[in-house]
Design a binder for this molecule. Structure first.
Ligand SMILES: Nc1ncnc2c1ncn2[C@@H]1O[C@H](COP(=O)(O)OP(=O)(O)OP(=O)(O)O)[C@@H](O)[C@H]1O
Ligand SMILES: Nc1ccn([C@H]2C[C@H](O)[C@@H](COP(=O)(O)O)O2)c(=O)n1
Length: 210
């Protein structure tokens, strides 16, 4: 019987400012893998829906008429690249509501899974990657950092960061949770390089690869 080797998909979840996108990018570079930051999908959709609303019909209509893609930390809506817009006040104010919409989540889930399949092997970061988007990920991490550290890392957002975390954690659909089989990694006091070394060791233990 031929041995089937599943594509290596590393899932990284965690609250805002825990360092997910920074660590995912460094880990991906170290492992020569592409990286997918799924929060960019939700930010791009929040930007696109800013003049509309998040009723189911409005959401479906918007997805029917627009395309969304993620390239690194950039969102691309209808071919237009979004950069600063993704962290603009108009996005910040509606982000949690947009991310809690079951219709938005359903559309974004399709996009996330298609992108992971297209990439093949990759590092993916977000809130529900290990629990919902890719539950059979090769190795899962839940990135944590102390509140005061996260606040220092996200000064522009301030204490609203904790309100966003709270809403991400209590929403009915695909909330931020720690997957049963995730390694919990607190990186409050670690340099990114040290953390990447530690995570690669854990990936090796879990998968026999790395
Ligand atoms: N281990 C670390 N040590 C020091 N600074 C870090 C570390 N990890 C991340 N940072 C810094 O903290 C800030 C936030 O990190 P990052 O954007 O990676 O967090 P995040 O979890 O993706 O946040 P969000 O979910 O809000 O987008 C960045 O400026 C980054 O450079
Ligand atoms: N897998 C994901 C990724 C992101 N979100 C939502 C919740 C976050 O507050 C928001 C922005 O994410 P960030 O760019 O800060 O990582 O997007 C989600 O619900 N599920």
């Amino acid at each position: 019987m031929p041995v089937v080797v599943e594509p290596l998909v590393i899932a990284i979840d965690g609250p805002g400012g825990s360092g997910k996108s920074t660590v995912a990018a460094s880990l991906a570079t170290a492992m020569s893998l592409p990286v997918l930051s799924t929060g960019v999908f939700f930010r791009a959709v929040a930007w696109g829906l800013a003049d509309t609303g998040v009723d189911d019909a409005q959401v479906d209509d918007w997805f029917d008429r627009h395309s969304v893609a993620v390239e690194g930390q950039l969102g691309v809506v209808d071919g237009v690249v979004l950069t600063d817009e993704l962290r603009s006040p108009v996005v910040q104010v509606s982000l949690s509501k947009v991310a809690a919409s079951p219709r938005v989540r359903s559309h974004v889930l399709d996009l996330e899974r298609r992108e992971i399949e297209r990439l093949g092997e990759c590092v993916v970061e977000g809130r529900d990657i290990g629990s919902v988007v890719w539950p059979h990920a090769s190795c899962k991490f839940f990135l944590a950092a102390r509140q005061e550290v996260r606040l220092r890392r996200r000064p522009e957002e301030g204490p609203k960061l904790f309100e966003r975390d709270r809403k991400d954690s209590i929403r009915a659909h695909a909330p931020l949770v720690i997957a049963d089989d995730a390694f919990i990694v607190d990186n409050s006091d670690d340099a990114v390089d040290e953390l990447v070394i530690r995570m690669r060791e854990l990936i090796g233990v879990r998968t026999g690869r790395c």
